[in-house]
Design a protein around this ligand. Structure first.
Ligand code: ADP
Length: 341
């Protein structure tokens, strides 16, 4: 029996916060309902009591037995009061049942966004630790195996050091990404009029070398338009999009950076001739730590799935938005839209 009760309590434990909040809502409703009932009963009972005629009325009547009249009126008054109590009790039972249902619905509505935020936080922590564990485990295993080898040659030691350094660089990129995301969360950015053509120029300059290494041409087609944004934030977004375009595109292709005005807004877009994005990946590419399977398994394409999440957060903090259009085998276009200055 005890075991059964414990199991039952464990099963309903997740509902405890909702039930507790619903109980406090119901408490407030019942206090109000009972106070109203008390006032209603008081005024009602007084009104009913006014039925007894005062002694002045009797003195004007002849042949009247006052006692019979009093008993008759008292019985009516008692009946009236009992009826009033019965009705108010019934009303409060209805308020209790209806209030319980309403309180539960309201409590669920209040707690749902909080629970979602907490679940997202937990998911983020678990994803981050998973990403950290993989390179750390690689470093640990490699070093342990090397230390156990008494005939470790100098060239093999150098190989291991180089591989460790590679993993450390990956970890550094991950911690940089996490730090940048944490800084951006709910940050208020001061917006100024910026020239989107200058922004594109600054971002492109940072990627000339990696583009050259893959023989990728970056075409700058941005018109000088004034947008309301944060200069560094916008350079960072275009940088993330350019980085992805170069990373995921095959060698000897082109990447276009285009910009201007469209639908009374400023826009900046990065278009590539890469592999495109699968339809099933599209709803998730802006999620933190999400990488399409093709990018995850491919050894050449480095990353932790934080770039687009960061780009979207910065864009939203600036009052802008990012959208994507893609065609498998043809390429992708990421577009940032911003208010005109
Ligand atoms: P990362 O590049 O580190 O994996 P991102 O958040 O920048 O993380 O991108 C998330 C995923 O979106 C990538 O893993 C990749 O699958 C997909 N993606 C982003 N940009 C492109 C692109 N230009 N072409 C094809 N796939 C892309």
């Amino acid at each position: 029996m005890q075991q059964y009760v414990r199991n039952y309590l464990l099963r309903i434990k997740p509902y405890f916060p909702t039930l507790r909040l619903a109980a406090s809502y119901l408490g407030v409703i019942m206090v109000m309902s009972l106070s109203f009932s008390f006032v209603l009963f008081h005024t009602g009972a007084q009104e009913i009591g006014r039925q007894i005629p005062n002694s002045g009325v009797y003195s004007q009547m002849t042949n009247v037995d006052q006692d019979i009249f009093d008993t008759f009126f008292q019985a009516r008054i008692d009946r009236g009061r009992h009826e009033l109590i019965a009705r108010l009790t019934l009303l409060n039972i209805f308020v209790l049942l209806g209030g319980a249902a309403v309180s539960y619905v309201l409590a669920r509505r209040t707690l749902e966004p909080i629970e979602e935020a907490m679940a997202a936080q937990a998911r983020f922590a678990s994803d981050a630790s998973h990403e950290l564990r993989t390179p750390l485990a690689a470093i640990q295993t490699e070093n342990e195996v090397a230390l156990r080898n008494p005939k470790l040659s100098l060239s093999r030691s150098k190989e291991i050091l180089a591989s460790n350094l590679e993993e450390v660089t990956r970890l550094q990129a991950l911690s940089d990404g996490l730090l940048r995301l944490a800084r951006q969360d709910n940050q208020e950015i001061e917006l100024r009029a910026v020239n989107i053509s200058d922004i594109a120029g600054d971002a492109i300059n940072q990627f000339i070398k990696p583009a050259q290494q893959k023989n990728i041409a970056i075409e700058d087609k941005v018109r000088p338009v004034s947008a309301l944004a944060d200069h560094n934030g916008l350079v960072q977004i275009v940088g993330i999009l350019l980085d992805n375009a170069i990373k995921y595109s095959p060698a000897k292709t082109s990447v276009w950076v285009e910009g201007g005005t469209r639908n009374k807004q400023a826009y900046l877009s990065v278009r590539d001739e890469g592999p495109g994005i699968h339809r099933q990946d599209m709803p998730h590419i802006f999620d933190r730590f999400y990488r399409a399977d093709s990018s995850r398994t491919s050894q050449q394409v480095s990353g932790h799935g934080l770039g687009l999440a960061l780009a979207e957060t910065i864009a939203e903090n600036m009052g802008g938005a990012i959208s994507v259009k893609t065609k498998m085998g043809k390429g992708s276009t990421f577009t940032i839209t911003l208010p005109l200055a």
